[in-house]
Design a protein around this ligand. Structure first.
Ligand code: LMG
Ligand code: NDP
Ligand code: PMR
Length: 399
C-alpha cells in the first residue's frame, strides 16, 4: 500500500521527531540552562500558591506536592460587585499538543488556574514557559497514566493541595501505529488502552467526588475523543477500523499472556488499539452522563478537536507519514487545524457558557462553529458503555 511502499524510499527529508510543538521546546531555554538552575526555577512556579515540593529524582520522576487553600466561588470586586473566582482545571498531558494549547488558551483569559498533570515534569515546565503561560496561572503535578499507582498518588496529592476541582480534562494519549508487538502499562494492560482509557477511567472516577464538592457554577468532566474511532465517518473507515467486539480481550485484562492484548480479543494492531481506546473514551463520557449528570449537575462532554496533524501524537509514525500527513490534511481532506485553534476549541468546552449540554460529543464546522455531532453506532451503544464501565472498574480495582 502507498504508505508501506513509501516507507521503502530512502528519506531525504528530516522531520522533527515530535512534530512542530516539541521542536519549539528544543529551542526553549533548556539547553542554555543547567539542570540545577532548571530545578531552582521550577521551585518558584506560583506566587498564588504555597508550593511544597518533594523531588523524587529516582528514575527521573519528579513529584510535586502543592498546598493551597480554595477560595470561595465569588469574591468582591473593588466596585462591590461579586465576580466569579478563578476556575481550577486539571488537564492531563498538558506538556504538548492539544493539552498545552488548551492550558495556554485558558490561562490567557486570567480566569483559570491550570493544573498540568504530566508524566515528565521538566518537559511540562519548559513547555509552559515556552508557551508563555504566566507562573501564577499554572501548577505542574506529576501523573503517569500508565501506572495506576501513579494515578492514585496524583489524586492523593491533589486532595492534599486543598485546591478546588472545577473541571477535569482527560486529554493525554499515546498512539503506537508502527509497533509490531504490544507494550504494557505498570499493571500489564496494553499501553494504548491502558493509558488512554484505563488510566483516565480511574482518574476520573477518583476525582468525581472532588468535582461534586466544588461550588463552581459550571463543573465539567471532559474526555477527548476522535473522529477515527467513529465508523460513521470517512476517517473512521480507514483501516484498521475501531471495533470493540464482545469485549472478550478487555474482560481478561489485555495482558497478551494468556489472552489477547486487544479489546476484541484479536491480533495486536497498534493503530486499532488507539482507535478502540478512543471509542472507550467516548463511551465512558456517556456512561458518566447517564450515571451522574442528573444528581450532580456535572456536565460530561467529549469532542473531536479537528485533525491537529503536527502534534507529538504521531511521534512513533514513520518519518514520511509525519512529513505528508499535515499537507494531506490541509489541502486534501481540509480537516487540518492548528494546535492553537484546537486549544481554543477545547477551551470552549471547558468554559464557554453556551456549551453546557451534558452527554454531548462536540465538533466544529469549517467556520469553526461548534455543533453537537453524531457518534457511530458502536460509540453510542449504551449497553456496550455499561459493560466497558463494569469491566474497567474491575481492572482498575474499583470493583
Ligand atoms: C494504516 O494504514 C497503517 O498501516 C497503520 O500503521 C496505521 O498508521 C493506520 O489508521 C492508521 O493506517 C492505512 C492505510 C491502509 O491507508 C493509507 O494511508 C494508504 C493510502 C492510500 C492512498 C490513497 C490515496 C490518497 C491520495 C493522497 C495523496 C497524499 C499522500 C498523503 C499520505 C498521508 C497519509 C494519510 O489503507 C487501505 O487499506 C486502503 C485505503 C483505504 C481508504 C479508506 C477509505 C475508506 C472509505 C470507505 C467509505 C465508507 C463510507 C463511510 C460513510 C461515510 C459517510 C460520511
Ligand atoms: P501529543 O502527543 O502532543 O500530546 C499527548 C500528551 O499526552 C503529551 O503531553 C504526553 O506526554 C501525554 N501522555 C502520554 N502518555 C502519558 C502518560 N502515560 N501519562 C501522562 N501523560 C501522558 O498529542 P495530541 O495533543 O495530538 O493529543 C491530545 C489528545 O487529542 C489525545 O487524546 C488524542 O487522542 C486527541 N486527538 C488528537 C488528534 C490529532 O489530530 N492530533 C485528533 C483527535 C483527537 P509527553 O509530553 O510526556 O509525551
Ligand atoms: Mg485520516 C475527511 C477525511 C479525514 C479526516 C478528517 C481524517 C482525520 N482523516 C481523513 C481521511 C483519510 N485519512 C484518508 C482518506 C486516508 C487514506 C489516505 C487517511 C489516512 C490516515 C492515516 C494513515 N488518517 C490517519 C492516519 C493515521 O495514522 C491517523 C490515525 O488514524 O491516528 C489514529 C489518521 C488520522 N486521520 C484523521 C485524524 C484526526 C487522524 C489522527 C488522529 C486521531 O484520530 O486522533
Amino acid at each position: 500500500m502507498a504508505l508501506q511502499a513509501a516507507a521503502l524510499v530512502p528519506s531525504a527529508f528530516s522531520v522533527p521527531k515530535e512534530g512542530k510543538s516539541s521542536a519549539s521546546f528544543r529551542d526553549s531555554s533548556l539547553f542554555g540552562v543547567s539542570f540545577s538552575e532548571q530545578l531552582k526555577a521550577d521551585f518558584t512556579n506560583s506566587s498564588a500558591v504555597r508550593c511544597k515540593r518533594e523531588y523524587n529524582l529516582r528514575n527521573g520522576a519528579v513529584r510535586a506536592q502543592v498546598t493551597a487553600s480554595a477560595p470561595s466561588v465569588t469574591r468582591a470586586a473593588p466596585d462591590g460587585k461579586k465576580t466569579l473566582r478563578k476556575g481550577s482545571v486539571i488537564i492531563t498531558g498538558a506538556s504538548s499538543g492539544l493539552g498545552l494549547a488548551t492550558a495556554k488558551a485558558l490561562a490567557e483569559t486570567g480566569k483559570w488556574h491550570v493544573i498540568m498533570a504530566c508524566r515528565d515534569f521538566l518537559k511540562a515546565e519548559r513547555a509552559a514557559k515556552s508557551a508563555g503561560i504566566s507562573k501564577e496561572n499554572y501548577t505542574i503535578m506529576h501523573l503517569d497514566l500508565a501506572s495506576l499507582d501513579s494515578v492514585r498518588q496524583f489524586v492523593d496529592n491533589f486532595k492534599r493541595s486543598e485546591r478546588s476541582l472545577d473541571v477535569l480534562v482527560c486529554n493525554a494519549a499515546v498512539y503506537l501505529p508502527t509497533a509490531k508487538e504490544p507494550t504494557f502499562t505498570a499493571e500489564g494492560f496494553e499501553l494504548s488502552v491502558g493509558t488512554n482509557h484505563l488510566g483516565h477511567f480511574l482518574l476520573a472516577r477518583l476525582l468525581l467526588d472532588e468535582l461534586k464538592k466544588s461550588d463552581y457554577p459550571s463543573k465539567r468532566l471532559i474526555i477527548v475523543g476522535s473522529i477515527t474511532g467513529n465508523t460513521n465517518t470517512l476517517a473512521g473507515n480507514v483501516p484498521p477500523k475501531a471495533n470493540l467486539g464482545d469485549l472478550r480481550g478487555l474482560a481478561v485484562g489485555l495482558n497478551g499472556l494468556n489472552s489477547s492484548a486487544m479489546i476484541d480479543g484479536g491480533d495486536f494492531d497498534g493503530a486499532k488499539a488507539y482507535k478502540d481506546s478512543k471509542v472507550c473514551n467516548m463511551l465512558t463520557m456517556q456512561e458518566f452522563h447517564r450515571r451522574f449528570h442528573e444528581d450532580t449537575g456535572i456536565v460530561f462532554a467529549s469532542l473531536y478537536p479537528g485533525c491537529i496533524a503536527t502534534t507529538g501524537l504521531f511521534r512513533e509514525h514513520i518519518p514520511l507519514f509525519r512529513l505528508l500527513f499535515p499537507p494531506f490534511q490541509k489541502y486534501i481532506t481540509k480537516g487540518y487545524v492548528s494546535e492553537e485553534e484546537s486549544g481554543k476549541r477545547l477551551a470552549q468546552v471547558v468554559s464557554d457558557p453556551s456549551l453546557t449540554k451534558s452527554g454531548v460529543y462536540w465538533s466544529w464546522n469549517k467556520d469553526s462553529a461548534s455543533f453537537e455531532n453524531q457518534l457511530s453506532q458502536e460509540a453510542s451503544d449504551a449497553e456496550k458503555a455499561r459493560k466497558v464501565w463494569e469491566i474497567s472498574e474491575k481492572l482498575v480495582g474499583l470493583a
